[in-house]
Design a protein around this ligand. Structure first.
Ligand SMILES: NC(=O)C1=CN([C@@H]2O[C@H](COP(=O)(O)OP(=O)(O)OC[C@H]3O[C@@H](n4cnc5c(N)ncnc54)[C@H](O)[C@@H]3O)[C@@H](O)[C@H]2O)C=CC1
Ligand SMILES: O=C(O)CCC(=O)N[C@@H](CCC(=O)O)C(=O)O
Length: 487
């Protein structure tokens, strides 16, 4: 089976066997073999060979290819959304929004490229000071499973636009979506070697990340893998590494007037995508006392009624499955571990069928847990911490090595300003859900969440480097010579 796209050809893999499974029915959706180190070599060689021509293409020429890619995605939107739903388990309505984000990424990236990495010039003495940008060369893009289309696309589109060649290694859990995406690039007329698709898991990732022929790596995934890559790139300041990693995101609730609005916003923050967004609220900080008790009672009632189901079920569920039976088992174990350590289940997360990765929302009160793990539980498991003062809530919110997203639900501007001043995260929201960040804004975190190379609107910044120059049509002697030099 032809699973990799290398040097303009589809070819079978020669590495480890891979399968992608429907997380609910366990039906096989895709199978093949991963790329070996030799196949990675071939893709890097093809990209190196294609680079100078692609970089020398006019910007308009590259934009034309990107726009044909967007048109292809639009025309195949239903098919791509279905593949996303099948492979990830997310409901079709949500998968459709992912395809829309992929299409929109093209126009947004063009705008961002022009704004952040365009050309500037102005007089400086008797010369012209010029600022232009150049692509890095050959870059690898590693994608996560939770947004198998949109998130790798958020690196690939701006990278190609800037003139880089790309080696795309999607998550081994979502190869089918990657294949469809690459088909659209081919249909768009991308020249041979400019984009390669290397399917595979850890083995392929290790071979690609360590390849001497790459000039950089753009990664979205877990903090664990991101840290491994960071260590691997240590001592290589010549290579660009952009890391978008996870979070242990806090959402503080103040005593607000509209309890239902708060509950709805919490649900959208914690349980959308079955809790599989890096921006999901993981820790909900609730005031001690009667008001806090009433809010939690309402939250438990609403969360307990959330419809969970297969991606294509009608009427549509709010939450689909998590990515795999293994992920479901790990989440159930994480809940059990917290419960064994003084947490209380306000709403126990359950797995109604042992052979399907569907989980119901879980809400645990972990206030009494002595040493709370600073871990990202990537699923529908929300931890509640009760606080006694707003200051202690902010301190608790910041008690994490991560720093991706943080939010406050409060009717008080003064409190928001206090929160904003003290919070440590790349996304800080007020009375808005933590999830659903805009592609027209920068997107990235601090601490264990990233390495200060924000993505989305700022992806243009890591896809090209600035070249400053002083230029003059004529080589002339200056009016005054430097002392000590005679001609
Ligand atoms: N900050 C952000 O923008 C986002 C972060 N994420 C994070 O991604 C995670 C979920 O995605 P996963 O696919 O589980 O992440 P992951 O870290 O397991 O995998 C990401 C990619 O790295 C590859 N990989 C895994 N081990 C590797 C190794 N040793 N060497 C080289 N490559 C390796 C995988 O095959 C995959 O392509 C969550 O932690 C989530 O928070 C997800 C979306 C957005
Ligand atoms: O990358 C962009 O264009 C914007 C960032 C984005 O889409 N964020 C999403 C998904 C993040 C995740 O994978 O968890 C969000 O904030 O919900």
């Amino acid at each position: 089976m032809s699973t990799h796209y290398i040097a303009g050809q589809w070819q079978p893999g020669l590495g480890e066997s891979l399968q992608s499974l429907d997380p609910v029915s366990q039906a096989v959706l895709w199978q093949g073999q991963g790329a070996t180190a030799a196949q990675v070599d071939a893709a890097v060689a093809a990209a190196r060979g294609a680079f100078s021509l692609w970089a020398a293409h006019s910007l308009d020429g590259r934009i034309a290819v990107l726009e044909r890619f967007a048109a292809c995605l639009k025309s195949r939107a239903d098919e791509v959304a279905r593949a996303i739903g099948e492979e990830t388990g997310k409901p079709l309505w949500e998968a459709a929004t992912e395809v829309t984000s992929m299409v929109n990424k093209v126009a947004i990236s063009i705008q961002s490229y022009r704004e952040r990495t365009g050309e500037k010039s102005g007089p400086l003495g008797d010369a012209t000071a010029v600022l232009r940008h150049k692509p890095h060369g050959v870059v690898a893009v590693f994608g996560p499973y939770n947004f198998p289309g949109h998130l790798p696309n958020g690196h690939i589109v701006p990278a190609l636009l800037a003139g880089n060649c790309v080696l795309f290694k999607p998550s081994e859990l979502t190869p089918k979506v990657a294949e469809l995406t690459v088909q659209c690039w081919i249909e768009a007329g991308l020249p041979e070697g400019v984009l390669s698709l290397l399917q595979g898991g850890r083995e392929t990732g290790v071979a690609l990340a360590g390849h001497p022929g790459i000039d950089g790596l753009f990664f979205t995934g877990s903090s664990r893998t991101g840290n491994l890559l960071h260590a691997q790139f240590a001592g290589r300041p010549d290579k660009i590494l952009a890391l978008e990693m996870g979070g242990n995101n806090p959402l503080i609730v103040d005593q607000v007037a509209d309890v239902d609005a708060a509950v709805y916003t919490i649900v959208q923050s914690a349980f959308i995508s079955a809790g599989q967004r890096c921006t999901c609220a993981r820790r909900l900080l609730v005031p001690q006392g009667e008001w806090g008790d009433a809010l939690l009672a309402r939250l438990v009632q609403v969360a307990g009624q959330i419809k969970v189901g297969r991606f294509d079920e009608q009427p549509a569920p709010f939450m689909g499955s998590v990515i795999s039976l293994q992920a479901a088992a790990q989440l159930m174990q994480a809940q059990q571990d917290l419960l064994a350590g003084d947490a209380t289940a306000l709403l126990a997360m359950t797995q109604p069928q042992a052979d399907a990765a569907l989980l119901t929302p879980g809400i645990l009160d972990v206030t009494a847990v002595g040493e709370r793990p600073d871990e990202e539980f990537f699923g529908p498991l929300l931890q509640v911490i009760r606080y006694d003062s707003f200051e202690s809530a902010i301190a608790e919110a910041n008690a994490t090595a991560y720093g991706l997203a943080a939010g406050l639900l409060s009717d008080s501007r003064a409190r928001f300003e206090q929160f904003w001043l003290h919070s440590r995260a790349g996304i800080v929201n007020w009375n808005k859900q933590l999830t659903g960040a805009a592609s027209t804004a920068p997107f990235g975190g601090i601490g264990a969440s990233g390495n200060h190379r924000a993505s989305a609107y700022y992806a243009a910044d890591y896809c090209a480097y600035p070249v400053a120059g002083l230029e003059s049509e004529n080589l002339t002697l200056p009016a005054t010579l430097t002392p000590g030099v005679t001609l």
